[in-house]
Design a protein around this ligand. Structure first.
Ligand code: BG6
Length: 501
């Protein structure tokens, strides 16, 4: 099967991928079972992996290869699109999986791992060695240093690592982490994952904006009034209270996922499709956002907590952690001067949905102000629906036949109606790119640091205010509506769920 990369016109075939060994640190964790191994199975199923590869789970608990495989099978059967897995396919795939027991700071465990990794694979003397750090962040440096001590990673070596978010908890800690990792291996071998970049619809933003000629001329402050980015989640913190309470919505979602959506929406066309060209443009957007003053944040950002959050499992009974953030950011550059970007994300909201809504300016002359129907102050809107029911919708006013009246109509493109319901999981795409060495959809260190610069300032401003409460199943506190109302705007209703046939 031929694979096309976003960054390269070269065709990648399983035969052209080097035999690899992928070691997953923290293999007993949820992510491995729910996302990573199901995604690797998906790639295997699609025929995207080479003939020779090994997946090695590294974790503290004692268990046999067989036990580990059983757990992975349960994960695939529960969380993936392959339910149930065909026995024959599983049996062939599972032969590539094994388990390596060890503590993250135990030198012997790395030594024995290095011995395994040094063995020939297929007809190759050496495998390409890949490391996925799905551990608590405090182990990122330990694992990388230990790997470098046994010569599994290093400058100029044929190896790469992935680190999961969060990359630090503020600018200083992120900078320290960046420096420490870069002491062990070069930036081009460090892949920082933001799974939003693996979502098909997020990638499609680049195609939508830069493969069509009609949108770019209107994609600026002369035509666009403002942009709304909503990432709403229906569920609460569930079993992740212990992690979440020390992090909150700002660090969990805004610093990474929402900043990525913002940069992809606002970036300039890249000179080429190379990963650095694209990432350079994204960083430029972040650099164009001046560090918000505390006073600005006090007036233009809201942190809120859903009612009942403090009674969630492993959450402090007096917690002031925000589960919701709403804010207005301005990008000080030629294209976006004066165009507010409104961002909001929260848990326990009415639906799980992510949408970018571009609200265009009103017509310069209100010709139809006396015509019944949609408000004559009507503005065109473009809804880019990222999940679920992925698609793009254009809202405009049209005359109702037989009447001197208007209505709001919708021109829509749904991914499923054109391409069917199959959409690869974000982790499939990201693991595929990691294996073939394409870093476009991973965040570069300067991007991470710029995002932290802005996030730290938001956090300082939010700490000046009391965290508000909002009802479970609501769209957040009223203050967040006021944020838009002050500028004569309001949150646009998200698109309704598509009807199932
Ligand atoms: C993760 C956050 O990065 O993204 C979670 O840690 C959040 O708190 C999740 O629920 C949302 O991802 P998705 O793909 O379900 O929108």
């Amino acid at each position: 099967m031929k694979k096309e990369s976003l960054t390269s016109k070269d065709e990648i075939t399983p035969e052209s991928i080097r035999p690899f060994r992928l070691v997953i640190f923290g293999a007993s964790g949820d992510l491995t079972k729910r996302k990573l191994v199901p995604a690797l199975f998906g790639l295997y199923h699609e025929g995207s992996l080479p003939e020779h590869f090994e997946i090695i789970g590294f974790a503290r608990r004692e268990k046999s290869d067989e036990q580990f495989r059983e757990e992975m099978l349960e994960g695939i059967n529960t969380f993936s699109r392959f339910k149930p897995v065909e026995e024959e396919e599983w049996s062939a795939f599972s032969k590539h999986i094994s388990y390596h027991q060890g503590n993250f700071d135990e030198k012997d465990a790395y030594q024995s791992l290095a011995t395994k990794l040094a063995k020939p694979i297929g007809d190759q003397e050496k495998s390409l060695n890949l490391f996925y750090l799905s551990t608590a962040p405090e182990f990122f440096v330990t694992c990388t240093r230990e790997l470098s001590e046994v010569d599994c990673v290093g400058y100029g070596m044929d190896s790469r690592i992935v680190v999961e978010k969060p990359v630090g908890h503020d600018y200083d800690s992120a900078k320290e982490l960046v420096n420490e990792l870069q002491q062990c291996l070069d930036e081009s071998s460090i892949y920082r994952i933001d799974h939003y970049l693996g979502k098909e619809t997020v990638q499609n933003m680049l195609y939508f904006r830069f493969a069509n000629s009609i949108f770019e001329p209107i994609w600026n402050s002369s035509m666009i009034d403002h942009i709304q980015i909503t990432v709403a989640e229906e569920e609460g913190v569930g079993t992740r209270g212990g992690y979440y309470d020390g992090v909150g919505a700002l660090r969990d979602m805004v610093q990474n996922h929402l900043m990525q959506l913002l940069t992809i929406t606002a970036m300039e066309p890249p000179a080429t499709l190379s990963s650095d060209s694209i990432r350079d443009e994204k960083v430029k957007v972040l650099r164009s956002i001046p560090t918000p003053e505390t006073d600005y944040i006090v007036h233009n950002a809201i942190g809120a907590q859903y009612e009942g959050y403090r009674s969630e499992d492993r959450v402090d009974a007096k917690s002031t952690t925000e589960t919701y953030v709403g804010l207005k950011l301005m990008i000080d550059n030629w294209r976006w001067a004066g165009v507010p970007f409104y961002l909001r994300t929260g848990k326990c909201m009415p639906v799980k949905a992510s949408e970018i809504i571009v609200v265009f300016k009103r017509p310069p002359h209100a010709l139809f102000h006396s015509v019944a129907g949609v408000n004559y102050l009507h503005r065109n809107r473009l809804h880019i629906r990222l999940q679920p029911d992925e698609g793009i919708h254009m809202a405009f006013a049209a005359k109702i036949p037989g009447k001197s009246a208007m209505d709001d109509v919708d021109m829509d493109f749904a991914y499923t109606s054109k391409f069917g319901s199959y959409s690869p999981e974000a982790y499939e795409r990201l693991l595929n790119d990691f294996i073939i060495g394409d870093s476009t959809l991973f965040t570069r260190s300067d991007e991470v640091l710029e995002a932290w610069r802005i996030t730290d300032a938001i956090s300082t401003g939010l700490r000046r205010k009391n965290v508000e409460l909002y009802r479970r199943g609501s769209w957040g506190p009223a203050a967040c509506d006021q944020l838009l109302a002050d500028a004569g705007n309001s949150w646009v209703k998200l698109l309704p769920r598509a009807k199932k046939c």
